[in-house]
Design a protein around this ligand. Structure first.
Ligand SMILES: [Zn+2]
Length: 402
């Protein structure tokens, strides 16, 4: 039995569409006749439908599928097309080659869903519903934005994404390529832009050279660790956790390099980065969030130290650099309660959670906190670590009970 689609569920809906009743069967013997100028559309049809449906759609002057350019259809504009499917034949016409390409996507959508899934061999034959369609897009610019500055996407994902845009007749891909999070756009004159980390050298007025601070460098490297482990989504509480984890490991790298215990560490992020004229010590304080700076030009450090002061905002991806103060302080409280080198126990617990596979990409503070309690128990057993973790979260107002 040939596979067929139950209804005319086309997206976007064509400007005019009427069902004619009956069906056109496509099988291995169905051939395609492409009139002059329509060859690219025939190639597209073959490459998109052929492999999945198992239809060769070979070219032939007697083809039952006819693709034609027709100057008389100028009224359809560049992207418009007319499609007629009868029990005997399929005729796709447009004034411009682009219109034929849009029509090919409609043919795809008229096929059963199995014909759209790549690499799946279909049944021997397929049915298209008989239909008359005239389609002109209402809006000339139909786009979708993909943010690859913050989240890397593999090439096959991008290609599939573009294929899905085309299937739904979106004609513009916005790639968000440069941001404070990174630079993804190669520039021939500056090949190393996409190969190495780039730190500003400061304006001398407010900020000094950002490479002065080892914790800031380690903070950025830790984003790489997060991205390839828990991949915490960069918005809201999961984004604040992403930022906080980077501050934690940034600070631990600094403490390790200086041989400082938790008591000796200053728990500042970016100490020494602020220019001498700025009233402040650093970019952030894990020990006392909200106190890192208070300056006429820079303003006041906006970080909260506990859930009571949690900042609801649309800015900064939902306050990822602001509310990170809360988990930052929980880590500081734990590390100083445990004493000794913070990277040995407190840092190990955080690392176990980040890399353990249970932390979800959209975790909120409470989920992260629960997992740190569990991780402390798993690694250190019924010693004081688990109690200290519970106490640290409780002091910043994050619940740890289910
Ligand atoms: Zn960051």
């Amino acid at each position: 039995m040939p596979a067929s689609r139950p209804d005319l569920a086309l997206l976007p809906r064509p400007s005019r569409m009427s069902s004619l009743g009956g069906r056109l069967t496509l099988d291995r013997d169905t051939t395609v006749r492409a009139l002059p100028g329509a060859e690219p559309a025939a190639d597209l049809l073959r490459s998109l439908v052929g492999p999945a449906a198992g239809l060769p759609l070979a070219p032939s002057p007697e083809g039952r599928i006819v693709l034609a350019l027709d100057e008389q259809l100028g009224g359809l504009g560049e992207e418009g097309y007319g499609l007629t499917v009868s029990p005997q034949a399929l005729l796709l016409r447009a004034a411009h080659p682009t219109g034929l390409l849009r029509g090919v996507q409609t043919i795809r959508q008229l096929l059963p869903a199995e014909a759209l899934s790549g690499g799946v061999r279909g049944p021997g034959s397929w049915e298209l519903p008989c239909v008359e369609i005239t389609d002109i897009p209402e809006l000339p610019w139909r786009g979708s934005l993909l943010d690859v500055a913050r989240h890397f996407r593999p090439m096959d994902y991008l290609l599939r994404y573009v294929d899905l845009l085309a299937l739904h007749k979106l004609n513009t891909l916005h790639l968000h390529l440069t941001d404070d999070q990174g630079w993804r756009m190669p520039v021939d004159a500056y090949p190393r832009l996409t190969e190495q980390m780039v730190f500003g050298d400061g304006d001398g007025e407010i900020f000094l050279d950002f490479t002065y601070a080892i914790d800031v460098i380690a903070h950025e490297l830790a984003h790489g660790l997060t991205q390839y482990t828990a991949n915490l989504r960069y918005e809201g509480q999961s984004g604040a956790l992403n930022e906080s984890v980077s501050d934690v490991f940034g600070s631990l790298v600094k403490q390790y390099s200086l041989g400082q215990s938790a008591e000796q560490a200053d728990w500042l992020i970016g100490a020494g980065l602020l220019a001498p004229r700025v009233s402040g010590d650093a970019l952030r304080s894990m020990k006392a969030p909200g106190t890192a700076y208070d300056d006429d030009v820079l303003g006041k450090d906006p970080q909260p130290a506990s859930m009571e002061e949690y900042v609801e905002t649309e800015e900064d991806n939902g306050g990822v650099h602001i509310n990170s103060g809360i988990p930052n302080r929980a880590f500081y409280l734990l590390a100083t309660a445990l004493g000794g080198n913070a990277w040995e126990r407190a840092g190990q617990i955080w690392f176990d959670v980040l890399t353990g596979g249970e932390l979800t990409a959209t975790a909120d503070f409470a989920e992260f906190a629960r997992l740190t309690v569990a991780a402390a128990g798993d690694r250190f057993g019924e010693r004081g670590e688990r109690e200290a973790v519970l106490k640290a979260w409780s002091e910043v107002g994050v619940p740890t009970a289910e």
